[in-house]
Design a protein around this ligand. Structure first.
Ligand code: ATP
Length: 245
């Protein structure tokens, strides 16, 4: 493997459920994984296995309880679990992206502004960001009549396309995807998967959760199967998922 973009070592996350007598739930029991430049790693496994917890710990929307998450950046390796919040916010703009199933857009903001703002955060000029945003929205077939309407009036599938466009415009070095195409109809899902597939050729490292075996088979250079907060198996999509539909 090329020198990894992302190295996760001994990552642990435990939640304390204060409303249920302080019961502890451990979602990650010491996970190790690397993701190389241009590699697309898909996380598989049953509900509750720890897939989203891993993405959130890498993005640091969850603070892990132990272990390290190291991202290779232009300024060298950066250990994310101990990074000051301000530096973390800066990295999230330039180097690390997260696309969930849900779009979170500021009030009274339209798709064009949301996607162009993502391009600006990743260092593009205002005009380049708007041109790239138009390109992405067109590629995902979002009707141009919707580009300036408030995102809150969009359908679930339209919002997901805005989210994918924002996550992939001038893409970051590492992109985390958590069920990004779950609300898309077949034709729009196809466009979104093609866009995501094209990221590898640009050297973008992707760590993704899809509940859709077909998407994993098409996109993943490696599949990691989680079980109860641990890596149970990893290998090619064929090895881990089998050939059956
Ligand atoms: N914020 C939270 N508070 C308490 N428990 C949580 C929290 N987030 C996750 N968990 C618990 O951690 C475990 C792993 O959850 P996680 O969301 O990572 O699983 P997953 O593999 O992504 O599941 P799914 O495929 O259903 O999204 C589950 O038992 C879940 O209830």
């Amino acid at each position: 493997m090329n020198s990894p973009i992302l190295s996760v070592r001994a990552l642990r996350k435990t939640f304390t459920l204060h409303t249920i007598d302080g019961r502890m739930v451990t979602s990650l029991h010491g996970v190790d994984l690397d993701v190389a430049e241009g590699e697309h790693v898909a996380l598989a496994g049953p509900s509750g296995a720890g897939k989203s917890s891993l993405l959130r710990c890498v993005h640091r929307s969850y603070l892990p309880d132990g272990g390290t998450v190291t991202l290779r950046t232009d300024d060298g390796p950066v250990e994310l679990t101990s990074l000051p919040d301000r530096d973390m916010a800066r990295l999230r703009g330039r180097e690390l992206g997260y696309v969930s199933q849900f779009l979170s857009a500021p009030p009274r903001t339209g798709p064009m502004d949301v996607v162009a703002a993502a391009g600006r955060r990743r260092g593009m000029s205002r005009s380049d960001a708007r041109a790239a945003a138009a390109d992405s929205l067109r590629r995902l077939a979002l009707d141009e009549a919707l580009w300036d309407v408030d995102c809150s009036v969009l359908s679930g599938g339209e919002r997901q396309r805005v989210n994918i466009a924002a996550g992939t415009v001038n893409p970051p070095r590492l992109l985390l995807l958590d069920e990004p195409v779950s609300a898309l109809d077949p034709a729009n899902r196809e466009r979104a998967l093609e866009l995501i597939a094209s990221l590898s050729a640009q050297g973008v490292a992707v760590l993704a959760v899809f509940h859709d075996l077909d998407a994993m088979r098409r996109l993943a250079s490696r599949v990691i199967r989680f079980s109860e907060g641990r890596i149970a198996q990893q290998g090619s999509a064929l090895d881990v998922l089998g050939a059956a539909a």
